[in-house]
Design a binder for this molecule. Structure first.
Ligand code: SAH
Length: 382
């Protein structure tokens, strides 16, 4: 296990919950948290942590603001709107952090104003860097309050000169009074306006607004557990419920008969379809629907599934979903959860619907923050 490193911003920056605990203690705490919530339903295997739990974030964000006359970039102090300028963050990708530092220098030298939330004046709101950890492609997104971006061409030329590793630069316009970082309009200033990454041997396209797991190494560990738990033989009909851009279903497709991905967000479904096509996967298709309604409809049409994988948001799933799922009669269910508390609540619904939790595996995707992923296998008992 790696030596412990010290963060200079403990208790000031709201970006993570790094404290005085060692990573080993943190992992033990996460294991206990999972056991407390689901230990009465099934065996909980030892958590998979990171060997080196630092600099793992492939998506790095900073907000611009002024400290006296100088522009700085950083994170909000927990619970406030004061900016803590951040250098050498222990969980962010180092290359991304270096690009942000250069961008701040350039913005100061070109005297471009940071946006002020109170007065609504100024230009620069946020900077977001996304990196394909396996392709090494890097996207820089500059979020401005309106379409104007003074010294845009010089800024882009200089940033590229100092960081030739950047593969695309995008201006995102966010004129809304909102806590969301990105607005809807993206203007590529250099390159294609997106990057690609390879995950579980598959190629994914990532746009500024796409959802993509922020810890690539641990995502692969998580999906591997989910695939093992599904025990596919090549014949099964698999439903990937809450599928996002289709990553889990696509990683299972070569081992299944066919996969149906179900997702509510229209843009995510478009990305999922494009991703299946660019990887030549023909036995998967995506449905833009509510997962509960879709399975209810399947059962009304006398359709069945052999395996259901679900990866719901932190709020978990619902009793209605579990009842609808039981009607398509899968013999195995793989629940990928990002919140042990809602997982514990949901296992009770599964029990009532005739599904028994067999085994669970924790995977730590977010070292130094109070989030943990769990894969839980359930089988049908009646
Ligand atoms: N499995 C994906 C994404 C999981 S995030 C991955 O690993 O990348 C959870 C997803 O559930 C989000 O994309 C969200 O849009 C979707 N979602 C939320 N409620 C839903 C519902 N009722 N039916 C279908 N999808 C839903």
């Amino acid at each position: 296990m790696a030596d412990m490193q010290k963060c200079p911003y403990v208790n000031r920056c709201g970006g993570c919950h790094i404290g005085s605990e060692s990573y080993e203690e943190e992992l033990a705490g996460k294991q206990k948290w999972i056991e407390e919530n689901i230990g009465k339903y099934c065996k909980v295997n030892g958590i998979t942590g990171m060997y080196y739990p630092y600099y793992y974030r492939n998506k790095v964000h900073a907000v611009f603001g002024h400290v006296k006359d100088e522009i700085v970039a950083g994170m909000y102090e927990e619970g406030t709107h004061n900016i803590v300028p951040i250098k050498n963050c222990l969980i962010e990708d180092k290359q991304a952090a270096a690009i942000i530092e250069t961008a701040v220098q350039l913005i100061n030298s070109f005297k471009i104003w940071a946006y002020n939330e109170d007065t609504g004046r100024g230009v620069m709101r946020h900077i977001l860097i996304r990196k394909g950890m396996s392709t090494k492609q890097i996207m820089v997104v500059i979020v401005t309050a309106g379409p104007e971006f003074p010294h845009k061409n010089n800024f882009v030329d200089e940033l590229r000169k100092r960081h030739p590793e950047i593969t695309t630069i995008v201006q995102n316009i966010n004129g809304q009074d909102t806590t969301m970082v990105l607005g809807e309009r993206n203007k590529p200033l250099y390159g294609d306006g997106y990057i690609e990454d390879v995950l579980c041997g598959l190629r994914f396209r990532i746009s500024p607004n796409s959802f993509y797991q922020i810890n690539s190494a641990q995502t692969q560990a998580l999906y591997k557990k989910a695939i093992q738990a599904a025990e596919l033989t090549g014949k099964e009909t698999v439903i990937d419920a809450y599928c996002g851009i289709g990553t889990i279903g696509m990683a299972m497709a070569s081992k299944a008969g066919r996969v149906i991905g179900v997702e509510l967000n229209t843009q995510a479904v478009k990305d999922a379809k494009a991703n299946a096509k660019r990887n030549n996967i023909s036995n998967i298709h995506f449905v833009n629907a509510d997962a509960t309604e879709y399975m209810t409809q399947m059962s009304e049409n006398d359709q069945r599934a052999d395996v259901v994988v679900l990866d719901p948001p932190r709020s978990g799933t619902t009793e209605e979903f579990v009842k609808a799922m039981a009607l398509v009669k899968p013999s195995r269910v793989v629940y990928v959860s990002c919140n042990p508390e809602t997982l514990g609540r949901d296992l009770e619904y599964f029990k009532k619907a005739g599904y028994k939790a067999k085994e669970a595996w924790g995977v730590d995707m977010f070292p130094f923050s109070w989030h943990v992923e769990t894969v839980c296998l359930l089988t049908r008992i009646k």
